[in-house]
Design a protein around this ligand. Structure first.
Ligand code: GLC
Length: 807
């Protein structure tokens, strides 16, 4: 069954059946103000920290048919009573003649038709704004005049999101609603937690006269809440009660007598849900967005913003699904992930604890820095501020308070209190930023380390370059019995916690990749001494990895503290891990025959039609030594599931060996766009990558979960653009080194890079995967395949001919 289609022209996905297997969402606004909007009009909106300043009550675990956060009811007189429905389908579930949810860039537009009334609701947060706007257009498409009432409604939560769920006396005792009657019958409903009333007031208002309102859920539903969201009893009466709640479950409902709409006529109602210090303070912006022209302007700024962001790279390949993903959906997700980290989605519920993950954001930022370099740098600065003096990093932090913690490691007594990979990712992220922007000055910027004195002042600062050096030094020194990197609490795979003394081949390889970056950087800076040192570290770790890490057909993944390998043919479960194979190729540690064998083992043992499994066979039953991974049934999440984040690493590794056909096949099989026809099995949104898909050991093979906030976004984008299409920013220019399917005749790309536009055309006359024989820039042949930096604001034509020397 299909639930919708891609509208590439308008850069939207259009959902045409509201009964999707799980809610499908979009993001509105940013962490500063915004949240998620689901395809049935529900919204989880926060300002700043979703744990401490949440505005709407959105509980994903309650059934999809229920109302969550925000909705709108429409009604008209029928007989003695009213016919009531929601143009969002939920919560009234009335039969509809048309339902479309347009998932757009920064907005969601729900278009529906019920009982001769067509409604178009555009939901968005203006760029930089602190209000969610709903622009509601109601058109009478029947052949008779209809008298319509519109009742937009929001349900509030206590700002402390967890408190809302843990205390059912204190919370309602503190929650209050109040009305401000404005000129011309307009009204502003405010809502606040009593303790915050002088600092944070939520407001809900509209641009049409309000004939009555409700601020209490119990009154609205009626009959001691035996009335339901599907049939609120108060909507059977002509007016709402105008009750100002001094306690209770707060809502805001505004009844508008929109009046008689003649056939063909449209009326427009605009609501705003925002937060401010006071109504007085919010008044100018409230007045502003009551003006439909102003709302129109704010809405127009969204495509302008996304145009700028997306225009950094636009491609035209023979694969429409890849074009759609690379040009719109993947970069959009790449913008969302560094902003929201793992804070707030339908799956990551933002009740506290996690905040921004150091490793997560360091990787996320790499997917967004070409289009949003300024924001990327701001995030890099923050990350470096939680980098410790000894070179490892705090695992996660709250970006508003900059308080950091050691993640789950702090909860396990006796466990190492650092993650062996965290600090290495930042070396990859910073160098990626430098290669993209050429902004080498950033390296000299002083940024404090995390540790502070009693007065909260940082104990030490270092330049960005110094931070990177310390990160490298930490891992160099933190070696175990085989001389390989110690695992710490865990490496990238959170769920394998083997205790002190265990070693990680993954971290050893990530260290290798970070060293490659440092080698390139120090070479570029002409720092011979560092270059020699990093080269020595690199060669040493490479030698150790190959001496101890090779199993017989593939690389092992870990050594336990007592030297037992994991990810070895000697194990019954968890014999082979995907990251154990892709990373020795990415680091360049694997010699050619081993690289080929390791990736062949991935293909034979880990590949499925839905993606590559993280490991196999899955552990079957809890094992306290291995920890978290064994809490999942075989085939789920890290335990033999298709943990998607790791798939692009295999794709990248394949391109490094020149296997363009395989790289592309692996890319295609995880492209969510291509899942559109198999949604009943897959279930999640086909316009974003999910974190995980159940593997083939699980009866629900192919089922996706945890969409949106995943490192898959950044790495799939890098795999597609840097490695398959091969457009790789380097210090001295843009390297063009495609590794494409042999059947492709070529592709085109427009890439903005350091102040110039590169109009690239790649032709593949001999139908090979990799190899460039000729590069012409503006008609002139150049040596090599690195196109220089122009920075002249002009467009340059780059013609690439693929071929092997001698062909
Ligand atoms: C989750 C975590 C990430 C970790 C991954 C694999 O996605 O956010 O930090 O690397 O799981 O365990």
């Amino acid at each position: 069954m299909k639930y919708g289609y891609f509208d590439d022209k308008n850069r939207e996905y259009v959902i045409t059946n509201p009964k999707t297997p799980v809610k499908w969402i979009n993001y509105a606004g940013t962490l500063a103000f915004g949240g998620i909007v689901d395809h049935t009009g529900g919204a989880l909106i926060c300002r700043g920290d979703p744990a401490l300043n949440r505005i709407t009550k959105y509980i994903p675990q309650i059934p999809s048919s229920e109302f969550k956060g925000e909705t709108v009811y429409l009604r008209f007189k029928q007989g003695q009573g009213y016919r009531v429905f929601s143009p969002f389908f939920v919560p009234t579930l009335a039969p509809y003649d048309l339902y479309e949810c347009h998932v757009g860039l920064g907005y969601t537009r729900i278009v529906s038709q019920f009982c001769g009334i067509r409604t178009e609701v555009t939901i968005f947060v203006p760029l930089g704004g602190s209000q969610e706007i709903r622009d509601i257009r109601i058109t009478n498409v029947s052949d008779r005049s209809l008298e319509i009432d519109a009742i937009p409604l929001v349900e509030y939560t206590h700002p402390d999101a967890l408190k809302q769920l843990t205390n059912a006396d204190w919370v309602p005792q503190t929650m209050q609603g109040k009305v401000y009657r404005d000129q011309d019958g307009l009204a502003i409903l405010t809502q606040y937690a009593f303790m915050n009333k002088d600092t944070q007031v939520n407001y809900f208002t509209s641009n049409q006269p309000v004939s009555s309102f409700e601020s209490d859920r119990r009154q609205f539903l009626g009959d001691n809440e035996y009335g339901t969201w599907a049939h609120p009893l108060s909507l059977e009466r002509d007016e709402l009660s105008n009750y100002q709640a001094l306690r209770g479950d707060n809502i805001g409902a505004l009844l508008h007598r929109v009046g008689v709409i003649r056939p063909g006529e449209t009326v427009r109602l605009i609501t705003q849900l925002g937060q401010a210090e006071s109504v007085a303070q919010a008044m100018p912006s409230i007045q502003g967005y009551r003006d439909p022209a102003e709302v129109g302007r704010a809405l127009e700024e969204l495509p302008a913003f996304w145009d700028r962001y997306l225009s950094v790279l636009q491609v035209e390949t023979p694969d429409a699904a890849m074009n759609s993903l690379v040009n719109v959906h993947n970069p959009r997700q790449c913008y969302i992930t560094p902003n929201w980290s793992r804070y707030l989605s339908l799956y990551q519920l933002g009740y506290g604890a996690r905040g921004i993950g150091f490793r997560d954001s360091s990787q996320d930022v790499m997917g967004a820095l070409a289009g949003a370099p300024q924001e990327a740098m701001t995030l890099l600065r923050k990350l470096l501020q939680v980098h410790k003096r000894n070179g490892c990093a705090m695992h996660q932090f709250n970006p508003l308070t900059m308080e950091a913690n050691e993640g789950d490691s702090s909860e396990v007594e006796g466990a190492p209190k650092y993650y062996s990979d965290d600090h290495l990712w930042i070396a990859l992220a910073v160098t990626a930023y430098l290669k993209e922007t050429g902004d080498l000055v950033f390296l000299d910027e002083a940024i404090p380390h995390y540790e502070k004195d009693g007065g909260g002042r940082p104990l030490e600062s270092g330049t960005v370059l110094d931070h990177l050096r310390r990160a490298i030094k930490f891992t160099w020194r933190d070696a175990g019995a085989h001389g390989l990197a110690l695992l710490g609490f865990s490496d990238w795979n959170d769920t394998v916690n083997l205790g002190a003394g265990a070693e990680s081949l993954f971290t050893a390889n990530l260290f290798g990749k970070a060293l490659l970056e440092m080698i390139e950087l120090t070479q570029h800076l002409g720092d011979e001494e560092s270059l020699a040192r990093y080269t020595e570290y690199y060669e040493t770790m490479k030698q150790r990895g190959n001496e101890h890490g090779w199993d017989s057909e593939w690389y092992v993944r870990y050594f336990d503290a007592d030297g037992t390998p994991l990810g070895s043919s000697a194990n019954t479960h968890g014999q082979i891990y995907a990251n154990g194979q892709s990373w020795p190729v990415i680091s360049g540690f694997a010699q050619p025959e081993r690289a080929t064998a390791a990736l062949e083992a991935v293909r034979q043992r880990l590949n499925t039609c839905n993606g590559i499994k993280l490991s196999t066979p899955g552990y079957d039953g809890f094992d306290p030594i291995k920890g978290g991974i064994t809490t999942y049934p075989p085939g789920a999440k890290e335990n033999g599931g298709i943990f998607l984040h790791a798939n692009p690493w295999v794709i990248i590794a394949e391109t490094m060996l020149g296997n363009g056909d395989r790289a592309y096949e692996y890319y295609r099989q995880i492209n969510p766009v291509a899942k559109n026809d198999r949604i009943d099995e897959y279930e999640c949104e086909p316009y974003v990558f999910p974190q995980n898909i159940l593997g083939d050991e699980h009866p629900q093979f192919g089922l996706a979960r945890n969409s949106w906030l995943t490192g898959t976004a950044s790495w799939a984008y890098q795999a597609a653009t840097h490695f398959i299409l091969g457009l790789r920013p380097m210090y001295e220019g843009l390297l063009i080194d495609p590794c494409i399917p042999s059947r492709w005749d070529g592709f085109k790309a427009t890439r903005q890079f350091r102040g110039a536009v590169y109009q690239i055309e790649v032709v593949n006359p001999h139908h090979i995967c990799k190899g460039v024989t000729s590069v012409k820039v503006d008609g002139q042949e150049i040596a090599g395949n690195k196109v220089p930096v122009f920075g002249d604001g002009k467009t340059h034509h780059v013609e690439i001919t693929m071929g092997k020397m001698g062909l």
